[in-house]
Ligand binder design. Structure first.
Ligand code: FAD
Ligand code: SF4
Ligand code: SF4
Length: 484
């Protein structure tokens, strides 16, 4: 594995128990990838990363840390049976506008700066900080700046705030810490005096939307934000200067490797890609999902099996009936809004880079939040030959989503239900023909999973069954590993 982020670690986690010897090359002193170097410790504590990463490394992974791979050819020449590239998207985009070169001492590429903070190479920043960019990296940069001495920290973004790429909850957290966001501001020039950064000149933009397409036009109005430091958080790309272009790995016109979307194999059969390195920046859970799929391929490859012959995901349906009117899940839906996660005291948080901001739920809050679950994994299952068409379920369904009617085209059926099923993105369930020649039609979009139909049905034609879906892993999964 090249790169020690979540994608590579997942491959090792799946292959080691199958008896493979796994070696991880990582240029940093520790594994974890961006989880360790970029996600600030006040959001993801180092102790949590250590625990989870070590659990995998302790399987016996050979650790080649502090070793940057500078030539894939060299690795290919070693006798590894397969190579997984999980090197992420390590190149932060730069902003080449006037003044960038001259004032470079105080203009930092956000992801590199966050890495330096994580490895304690940087522990302070100027009091006035301008963060340029509207994604999650920008939110982590501005919140980290506040904890390293920034007093007047602002975020600027070219687009309207509603189009910002950062997740709503990340924006909310930054704003809660008092960080203003200036939208429709496009950077024009870094202002400096003899190389000392003085500020950033912005041009105000106006957004227009036509047929869903946005155009940003400059208004001509400019504004200067004085500052001591600038953090650039305007995107990331993958970069492979260390992959020779004559070893069988093909790249597309954007210099991205050509990777099979199912097998994660590159055009050089021994080399697989996954995580941010494969198709650009995503998130941890995507990297993990890629790792599981790549491990299946590598296992097949090493066993001389067809890479497309992949284990199916595990699916299962189990009745939740505990008694006549009793289910193994609580079906009384709560009307509460989402409960906010309690936060550490803001004054203390801002003085401690490592203090986790989100405290998590206590027992009561966790219980109340869990009660909001709509039980979408519990399905209503209809058995035609048990139904005596008494219509009791129709009477009791609180939202009238069960209908007995004569069959028709889907378009007509949708219109003639008691409550017409107008959401075409959601299927309707149409049963086989029943004894009276009618069919049972249920609008799945409406169902509350309350189980009243199954409680009321005198014959058990309705049942509430729990659906389980488990992604396939390199090893054949068994349901007992996941379901008690
Ligand atoms: C600021 C920021 C905040 C984020 N916050 C979140 C979040 O809250 N939740 C979330 O799900 N995702 C978040 N992400 C995204 C997430 O971190 C990544 O999508 C994920 O870590 C990608 O995993 P990966 O294994 O593909 O690569 P990475 O995590 O990038 O790991 C790649 C590893 O490869 C190493 N490497 C690179 N080149 C070489 C080489 N030539 N030789 C040896 N080693 C090499 C790197 O040092 C690195 O350790 C965030 C990203 C950033 C930048
Ligand atoms: S589970 Fe509730 S909402 Fe869904 S069909 Fe049955 S009675 Fe109607
Ligand atoms: S309550 Fe049961 S038997 Fe009666 S109509 Fe509904 S499914 Fe059929």
């Amino acid at each position: 594995m090249i790169g020690g982020g979540p994608a590579s670690l997942t491959v090792a986690r799946d292959l080691m128990p199958l008896g493979y010897d796994c070696t991880v090359y990582e240029k940093d002193p520790q594994a974890g990838g961006l989880m360790r170097t970029n996600i600030p410790s006040f959001r993801l504590p180092v102790g949590v990363i250590d625990e989870e990463v070590d659990r995998i490394l302790d399987f016996g992974v050979v650790k080649k840390f502090n070793q940057e791979v500078k030539s894939l050819k060299v690795i290919l020449d070693e006798d590894y049976d397969a190579i997984f590239i999980g090197t992420g998207a390590p190149k932060g985009k730069d902003l080449n506008i006037p003044g960038r070169h001259e004032a470079s001492n105080n203009i930092h590429v956000g992801i590199d700066w966050l890495t330096s903070v994580a490895f304690k190479h940087i522990d302070k920043i100027g009091q006035r900080v301008v963060v340029i960019g509207g994604g999650n990296t920008a939110m982590d940069c501005c919140r980290t700046s506040l904890r390293l001495g920034g007093k007047d920290v602002k975020v600027t973004v070219r687009s309207p705030k509603s189009d910002m790429k950062a997740s709503d909850w990340e924006i909310e957290e930054a704003e809660l810490e008092g960080i203003p966001i200036f939208d429709n501001h496009s950077p024009k020039e870094f202002i400096h005096e003899n190389g000392k950064l003085k500020g950033v000149l912005f041009e105000k933009m106006k957004a227009e939307y036509n047929d869903g397409k946005r155009t940003l036009t400059a208004t001509g109005e400019t504004v200067l934000f004085e500052c001591d430091d600038v953090l650039l958080a305007i995107g990331q790309e993958n970069a492979f200067p260390w992959i020779e272009r004559d070893i069988g790995i093909e790249f597309n016109q954007w210099e991205q490797p050509i990777v099979d979307k199912t097998t994660f194999q590159s055009t050089q059969p021994r080399v697989f890609f996954g995580g941010d390195a494969a198709w650009g920046p995503e998130n941890i859970i995507w990297a993990v999902a890629h790792g599981h799929q790549a491990a299946i391929s590598i296992d097949n490859f090493c066993q001389n099996k067809d890479l497309k012959d992949r284990p199916s995901p595990l699916t299962n349906l189990v009745s939740q009936k505990m008694g006549i009117h009793e289910w193994s899940y609580p079906n009384d839906i709560s009307n509460d809004d989402r409960f906010a996660v309690p936060h550490a005291d803001i004054e203390t948080s801002l003085t401690d880079l490592n203090l986790e901001v989100e405290l998590g739920y206590d027992e009561k809050l966790a219980f109340d939040e869990a009660q909001r679950c709509l039980n979408c994994d519990i399905q209503t299952v209809f058995t035609e030959n048990l139904c005596i068409e008494c219509d009791a379920c129709v009477d009791i369904c609180p939202i009238d989503c069960i209908n007995f009617t004569h069959n028709d085209t889907e378009e007509n059926l949708r219109k003639k239900l008691t409550v017409p099923a107008l959401n075409l993105t959601q299927d309707i369930l149409v049963s086989e023909t029943l004894k009276t020649g009618r069919v049972m039609v249920k609008d799945e979009d409406m169902c509350l999973h309350c189980g009243l139909c199954a409680e009321r049905c005198p014959t058990g034609a309705w049942d509430m069954q729990k659906f389980t879906y488990i992604e396939s892993h390199a090893k054949k999964s068994t349901i007992s590993e996941y379901v008690e």
